[in-house]
Design a protein around this ligand. Structure first.
Ligand SMILES: O=P(O)(O)OC[C@H]1O[C@H](O)[C@H](O)[C@@H](O)[C@@H]1O
Length: 488
């Protein structure tokens, strides 16, 4: 991977997200060309742009400085940046740098998400970043057109150049969309979408919100783990050991899921990001050579911050199915509180649970212990905990931009290690294509039925009956016939 070999064989691409956070003097080749200078050229452009933007010198169509940013993108062009933003939001240094600014995300093509993302925003003080590796993703492009309309209808067509910028590998399509190429930030096909948070995909919106120096610390944290994974022996290599543990749990013990349980509210968007990173990378049915796997690969990832999860799904984890857990704790809270008269600080209260839960999973509670506590006989089976349930714990010194980068990189490499051992291609995602093409057939049907009154045809009976029911009411709640007449 680090040598730039085209290990993503089904797409004939190198996998070089490590180059995105490498130091300026590093040499990482793809196709015989050192990619590090191009990476830094884009980072320098982001630094300059974000400084101009944040200083107030970049003004919108009405002459006002812009303080709100809406980042429009989905999947890898959304989840990583959202995770990092959520983690930074309460870090004192980052919060200070972001004072008076807002960063929001628009991902879902559901118009409800559009409404939510622009609620109470003034287009005159808003910058929109359209983030899409391909610049063809249906959801992102419709959302981008919808937000463009929001800007143009309020400020006029000339406002687009001041209020819309883009991040993509496809700068030709960015230009065709109407965004000034000077305001487009590139990345490369050797960056997988779900591995792209350290490219302009994350670095641009996060720098607009927090300033480039804080984002650079995040990149340095990620780079420190890249260096560790590249140079440490396997016995001391954190992502390698973690990857081995996951392979052991999945393939040898037969536990297909993994719970990601940060005892840290700032990490509330870690699990959604890891869901894509892990399940899109390793949710494969064939080996890298195309041979059907004789075992199951991949993990079912889910999670919630502790202690919220404890009051929700931990029952199953303790007494139902065996789910290996990642517990993530932080020594120093971003927002410490210690109330006079309380036994412990609020953070210590939280962390009491972080230390207790793995213990309960590992050692459980035996019927003998329950007997000695005089638990009534009929309740003994219900109150018994079998124990011997695997978990691992990460204890971070604190959660600033640097550690957020480290955590991200640990998971990225761990997931790659798992994929290497399972012998799959962790860097393609053909499994998302079928649904996209079927959606396009449905889109054509919806258009034909609404515009020309065409009957539903060519679908299986279940889909056909649902579609017919859906089409019986027009898009704005009027009858299908009236909508047809009104051509809406
Ligand atoms: O960044 P884009 O090209 O818009 O792609 C957004 C997302 O699209 C697809 O669903 C892929 O499965 C994801 O890996 C990707 O992150």
């Amino acid at each position: 991977m680090f040598k730039g070999e085209k290990i993503n064989t089904t797409e004939n691409r190198s996998v070089l997200h490590v180059a995105l956070r490498a130091p300026r003097d590093a040499v990482i080749n793809s196709d015989g060309v050192n990619v590090v200078p191009e990476v830094w050229a884009v980072k320098d452009k982001i630094k300059q742009f974000s400084e101009t933007f944040r200083s107030g010198s970049w003004v919108g169509a009405t002459g006002k400085p812009l303080t709100n940013v809406v980042s429009v993108g989905i999947g890898g062009s959304f989840l990583g940046p959202l995770f990092v933003h959520t983690a930074l939001q309460t870090d004192p240094e980052a919060a200070e740098a972001a004072k008076g600014r807002q960063l929001r995300f628009l991902a879902n093509v559901d118009p409800v998400d559009v409404a939510r993302s622009i609620k109470d925003l003034d287009p005159a003080t808003t910058l929109v970043v359209v983030v899409s590796k391909t610049f063809t993703t249906a959801e992102t492009m419709l959302n981008a057109r919808t937000i463009k309309e929001w800007i143009v209808s309020s400020l006029g067509p000339q406002a687009v150049s001041k209020h819309m910028i883009a991040v993509s590998t496809n700068l030709k399509l960015v230009k065709e969309f109407g965004i000034d190429p000077n305001n487009a930030f590139a990345f490369w096909d050797w960056v997988g979408g779900r591995y792209s948070v350290c490219s302009a995909v994350g670095v641009l919106p996060l720098s607009l919100q927090y300033g480039f120096p804080i984002v650079q610390k995040f990149l340095e944290g990620a780079s420190s783990i890249d260096n560790h994974v590249h140079t440490s022996s396997f016995e001391k290599n954190i992502p390698v050991l973690l990857g081995l543990l996951s392979v052991w749990n999945v393939s040898f013990l037969g536990y297909p899921a993994r719970a990601i349980l940060p005892y840290c509210q700032a990490l509330e968007k870690l699990a959604p990001h890891i869901q894509q990173l892990s399940m899109e990378s390793n949710g494969k049915g064939v080996s890298i050579d195309g041979v059907r796997l004789p075992f199951e690969a991949g993990e079912i990832d889910f999670g919630e911050p502790g202690t919220n999860g404890q009051h929700s799904f931990y029952q199953l984890i303790h007494q139902g199915r065996v789910i290996p857990c990642d517990f993530i704790g932080v020594i120093k809270s971003q927002q410490p509180v210690y109330l006079k008269g309380e036994t412990v600080s609020n953070h210590d209260e939280l962390m009491s649970n972080f230390f207790a839960q793995p213990d309960a999973l590992a050692y459980g509670k035996t019927p003998e212990q329950l007997h000695s506590e005089k638990v009534p006989e009929n309740l003994i089976p219900h109150k018994t905990f079998q124990g011997n349930r695997p978990s691992l714990s990460f204890l971070l010194s604190s959660l600033s931009a640097y550690e957020i980068g480290q955590l991200l990189s640990i998971y990225e490499h761990r997931i790659a290690v798992q994929g290497f051992i399972w012998g799959i291609n962790s860097f393609d995602q053909w499994g998302v294509e079928l649904g996209k093409s079927l959606a396009s057939t449905v889109r054509k049907q919806l258009h034909a039925s609404r515009m020309e009154g065409k009957p539903v045809e060519g679908f299986n009976p279940s889909s056909a009956s649902l579609l017919t029911r859906f089409l019986a009411v027009g898009p704005f709640g009027c009858s299908a016939m009236l909508c047809h007449l009104l051509r809406i």
